[in-house]
Design a protein around this ligand. Sequence first.
Ligand SMILES: C[S@@+](CC[C@H](N)C(=O)[O-])C[C@H]1O[C@@H](n2cnc3c(N)ncnc32)[C@H](O)[C@@H]1O
Length: 418
Amino acid sequence: MDETTRAVRELYEAFPYPSGPPIMRAGFDARYLLSLGKLARGESTPIQVLDAGCSRGVGTLGAATLQPDVQFTGIDLNRVGLAEARSEAERRGLRNVRFEEIDLMTLDGLTVPPGGFDVIISSGVVHHLSDPAKGMAGLSRVLAPHGILSLMVYARRDTIHPIAKAIALLSPRQASLVERLQLGRELARDMASQADCPAMWTAANEADNVEFVDRYLHPNEHHYGLIDIWNLARPAGLRPLAFADPREWSIENAVPEGDLRQQARAMSKWRQALLIESIKRPGNHELYLCKAGNGARTPVADEELSDAIFAVHPESVIRVDTRSLWCSTRIESIALVTRSGEELSLPKGPMATAGMILRDQNEPFEGKTLLAELEREGIHPSSARKCLQHLLQIEALYRPHAVDCTQPQGELVTTVAG
Ligand SMILES: C[S@@+](CC[C@H](N)C(=O)[O-])C[C@H]1O[C@@H](n2cnc3c(N)ncnc32)[C@H](O)[C@@H]1O
């Protein structure tokens, strides 16, 4: 193990990231991720997901609990975090997850399923690798040709970097991590108590120790603009497929209405993304990548709607607000809450009717089923089709691959590594 990797492991073993209980994170739904690529899996065996840099298994455990027919492998070199993840998996009786101590710089010892992993998730990890390009090449090597890599890396850290630098400048050369933490906390407390202190110091003061260490005391951190991500992905045989939250990356959300928005709309998608990056200056980038031979699926054509399979988008919530009245309940409003928390009200008519039909739908269904239900509710067939297309566009629905909707054949791994 190289020096930098050793220092990173030391930090995370002392302060395993993140604090808090396991959660099902946005972006962890395997079928949804696979639905983004035009290439589908060949066989309906259990979907294989790798969480590269799983730490305490917070994301992996939540996802494995909610997707019992998907097989998860979490890898990290943080032995403290892994031990915690394994014991939590055992406590929950999970049969579809295992955790392995693997260095992402080599991937030595990793059990790779035949054909590679269908999905790889790596959140907040690649930017801490001693050689991120080598790490990306390794991940690409174990990704199946149809596979999807969900990647989160730091972008500009304008509110983090100055604090990290101030702590480094104030710390004696040989100060230990704990000594630097004490010094950093004191500095954040003092700064936050000043009138008119910049918000970044208040945020630092309010962070718990795990967050504080990860943000301000890290021994190795790279930062990526969109162009850097492109340069990291391409040599590894990967290419960006989509942003995790396309709404955040829409011109409508970035450029105020007017002539300049019109001008921006006429630009290529890549130029639009660079423009939005400059305007919004996000703190990190979360996007999906695929192998060079894969690519985005073509949108479903109107004549395919009937036979296509759909499912409710795992990262959107259909919310129905009701009011209880004397012996009855009245529906006040129906809305779609998107991944970023934006609330899109579904207007009365086909959209609201579809919202009511879909709110409890937890299995994939054929388009014809929804179209027939809408028609039964008195909606004209052409409006029903438009409604279905609109539901896809606003990400209330997505289109899983057919192979991912059949009962998986084959055994799940039944042991939880001890
Ligand atoms: C910020 S944490 C992110 C954890 C988790 N992905 C999450 O989002 O909660 C970074 C993790 O990457 C792991 N890591 C860093 N370098 C690694 C390497 N070379 N091999 C394996 N894991 C590594 C660390 O041990 C740490 O657990």
